[in-house]
Design a protein around this ligand. Structure first.
Ligand code: RIB
Length: 303
């Protein structure tokens, strides 16, 4: 039976401009192209988990505008149960994204309806309690993330926090995190150290995955494991949502009972499969695409 994954987080409409290079402050750059696609770290991770094979439920909030309708349609089309998504009067979240020809991006999020996702309802709490894995990020109010993690822990649901975007976190939230997924910036913010300090992170949570973009990932836990997991060599078109592909995939693999080391390798493949395409939710790979890259042998990965 596929694991039941609940993602509580943000949903945005991504307004994406593609250009040879990103503009400097105060500068105008003529771009190559433009697209709009549903995104938001929460919705992306829900779609990633569903495509990776999880029975996935998304909890979040959209606005009463046309963007909200499109975001909902994208979630549903990807096989995500979005029936509990709240609609609040006003604008949906919007992310203004610029992508250069190396695939690098910069993102500004106007959170809109995501800020209204506060105070979990009884049905939302039940949904979290019945899940195998709960996944949250930090584009919704931190009080909601804290509450969701507390409900999950009390019910024995495994918890994953993808601490993006970077911010410092209340101890009560970290106390209920089973697995922390962070990039180097987020790791530094949470640990309060300028350099990467895994032992400082492991003093806060029992398991950590540090994502290293093109260099793969590092997994460490309180049992003494501290291992680099290699990256996959792919042509990078757009790095947007690579972390979301990774997080959705690791939730599914862990929920399936695979070891976390194996789950990290499989999630690395999911992230690599994502960066081959422009956009966020539309670029997230299916289980077959992840498996194809994960099982590829020539050339498989790089340290
Ligand atoms: O992680 C990528 C996402 O970050 C984008 O889809 C954008 O909406 C922002 O939330």
């Amino acid at each position: 039976m596929a694991p039941r994954i609940v993602i509580a987080g943000s949903a945005n409409m991504d307004v994406v401009g593609l250009a040879a290079r990103l503009p400097l402050p105060g500068e105008t750059v003529l771009g190559d192209d433009f697209m709009m696609t549903p995104g938001g770290k929460g919705a992306n991770q829900a779609i990633a988990a569903a495509r990776a094979g999880g029975r996935t439920i998304f909890l979040g909030a959209i606005g009463s505008d046309a963007f909200g309708v499109t975001i909902n349609a994208r979630l549903t089309a990807a096989g995500v149960d979005a029936s509990g998504v709240r609609t609040s009067y006003g604008q949906s979240g919007v992310a203004v994204i610029m992508v250069d020809r190396s695939g690098e991006n910069s993102i500004l999020v106007a959170p809109g309806a995501n800020t209204s996702f506060t105070g979990l309802t009884e049905p939302e709490r039940r949904t979290i309690a019945e899940a195998d894995v709960l996944v949250c990020q930090l584009e919704i109010p931190v009080e909601t993330v804290t509450e969701a993690m507390r409900v999950a822990r009390a019910a024995g649901t495994r918890t994953i926090l993808n601490a993006a975007p970077a911010r410092s976190l209340p101890p009560e939230l970290l106390d209920n995190v089973d697995l922390l997924v962070v990039n180097e910036t987020e790791a530094a913010t949470i640990s309060g150290r300028s350099e990467i300090d895994m032992s400082a992170l492991l003093a806060l949570v029992p398991r950590v995955v540090l994502t290293l973009s093109g260099a793969g990932s590092r997994y460490a836990d309180r049992e003494g494991v501290d291992t680099r997991v290699p990256a996959y060599v792919v042509e990078v078109v757009d790095t947007t949502a690579a972390g979301d592909a990774f997080t959705g995939a690791i939730a599914v693999a862990w929920g399936e009972g695979r070891s976390l080391l194996e789950a990290v390798g499989w999630a690395n493949a999911a992230g690599a499969a994502c960066v081959r395409h422009v956009g966020a939710s539309n670029a997230l790979p299916t289980r077959d695409e992840i498996d194809a890259l994960y099982l590829s042998v020539s050339p498989p990965r790089t340290e």
